[in-house]
Design a protein around this ligand. Structure first.
Ligand SMILES: [Zn+2]
Length: 62
């Protein structure tokens, strides 16, 4: 039994052994940047109201 070759999830072309499960470094990078894009919104989340309040309070303690 041979497994059917799954295509690249990005562009649906035949995947490459080297860049599996993608067809090329380009598609692999594209997938990575997609994940980084998701992570960026988490990392760059707005400050919590508590954090802002703490910062303002600290500044006014002088
Ligand atoms: Zn591809």
């Amino acid at each position: 039994m041979t497994k059917p070759a799954k295509p690249c999830p990005i562009c649906k072309k035949a995947r490459s052994e080297e860049f599996s499960p993608f067809c090329s470094s380009r598609c692999r990078d594209r997938d990575l940047s997609k994940w980084f894009g998701d992570g960026y919104s988490v990392a760059g989340r707005p400050a919590l109201p508590e954090e802002i309040a703490a910062e303002v309070t600290g500044a006014q303690e002088d």
